[in-house]
Design a protein around this ligand. Structure first.
Ligand code: GLA
Length: 350
């Protein structure tokens, strides 16, 4: 049996998913592919890693295989028996590009196992189990965005999620002659995961200073009163980013893509200046893109510190990309790559 598990991008709503905020991600047509069949013991092989692993009892390995092993463990904890299997993993989803290959691996493994075992696990439950796997087994304190997007997305739609209640709705993306692109900067800064956890702590500290228990109750006036400049900027990002997600929803409803683009740029500058999760290479790409009026908006995507940017542009963007890529290569010696975004349904069987 073959299962496809997509990567994800996020239109807007960055670093809000662990702050009870709003997000607007969608799945992209780049997949991790799983071939699964029952076997006498567990055998997992990854074509990208060019490595396999065999075991009878699942246990942590501190390697890529933990995303798969963690799903076996978590499914069992949730009362789902998992019989041994052979799992072959292949992928055209770039890793380390901020497109959530880890969530694709977790959700895809969970879905493949459920299909093999004949379980009807609903997609929210699958996303929640995969999120538990990432936080408790792999040990990354991420929010719910990636696993929800991979499990629940629908073609031609973005997924609006209120991460406080985990309620969601599908938002049609009518883009016409305007298109979304992803540019992989080709850089990934090592600091990424420790800085991510630091941002979470800073947000918790900001809440404490404001004497609030959730960002949902925080207003701009509350933020203005914070004395500490760093905490103030972190909180300012969260509050304004949530507002931008809601404004983007209205702009999409009105088919006002120029306005959507403006919010993307605003989001980027807030991530850069207030949340400080951008980097020199990404900022260079954004500034170069701003020189073109056909580019309606762009911003860094995902956790940050490298990875990809999302671009909303009309007309012939490939030509613009080539020029921007050329100056990027001259400055940093790295060739960025362009991905034409097509939305995808969430994890599925073929
Ligand atoms: C990573 C995390 C997500 C989310 C983003 C930032 O992708 O896995 O949960 O926090 O960063 O928006």
């Amino acid at each position: 049996m073959v299962v496809y598990s997509p990567g994800r991008a996020n239109l807007i709503g960055e670093h809000t998913d662990y702050n009870d905020g709003y997000i607007l991600p969608f799945a992209i047509r780049r997949y991790i592919k799983f071939e699964i069949e029952p076997a006498k013991k567990f055998k997992i092989f990854s074509h990208q890693q060019k490595k396999g692993i065999e075991f009878e009892k699942p246990a942590k390995t501190n390697s890529w295989a933990d995303y798969v092993i963690g799903m076996i463990v978590k499914l069992q904890e949730h009362g789902y028996k998992v019989e041994p299997f052979t799992l072959n993993i292949d992928s055209d989803l770039p890793m380390g590009a901020g497109l959530s290959s880890s969530a694709a691996l977790e959700v895809g493994t969970g879905y493949a196992i459920s299909q093999m075992m004949g379980y009807e696990i609903n997609r929210e439950e699958l996303a929640n189990i995969a999120h538990e796997c990432e936080v408790e087994f792999v040990g990354v304190r991420c929010g719910i965005m990636d696993q929800y997007a991979v499990a629940l997305s629908k073609e031609h739609h973005a997924l609006f999620i209120d991460t406080m209640t985990r309620e969601y709705k599908y938002v049609p993306l009518h883009l016409d002659d305007t298109k979304l692109y992803l540019i992989n900067s080709g850089v990934k800064h090592e600091l990424g995961s420790s800085e991510y956890n630091k941002r979470r702590e800073e947000c918790e500290m900001a809440l404490e200073v404001m004497k609030k228990t959730t960002f949902r109750d925080v207003t701009i006036e509350d933020v203005e009163k914070i004395q500490d400049h760093l905490l103030k900027r972190r909180a300012l990002h969260v509050v304004t980013e949530n507002e931008r997600v809601l404004k983007t929803l209205s702009a999409l409803e009105d088919d006002n893509l120029t306005l959507v683009g403006k919010y993307l740029y605003e989001s980027h500058y807030s991530l850069k200046d207030n949340y400080e999760v951008s980097c020199e290479e990404i900022d260079f790409l954004i500034e170069k893109l701003r020189e073109y009026s056909n580019v309606l908006g762009a911003r860094i995507v995902g956790a940050g510190f490298g990875g990809s940017i999302i671009v909303l542009a009309r007309g012939n963007f490939e030509g613009i990309f080539e020029r921007v890529a050329e100056s990027y290569k001259i400055k940093f010696g790295i060739t960025p790559t362009l991905l034409n975004v097509e939305t995808s349904e969430g994890v599925h069987r073929v």
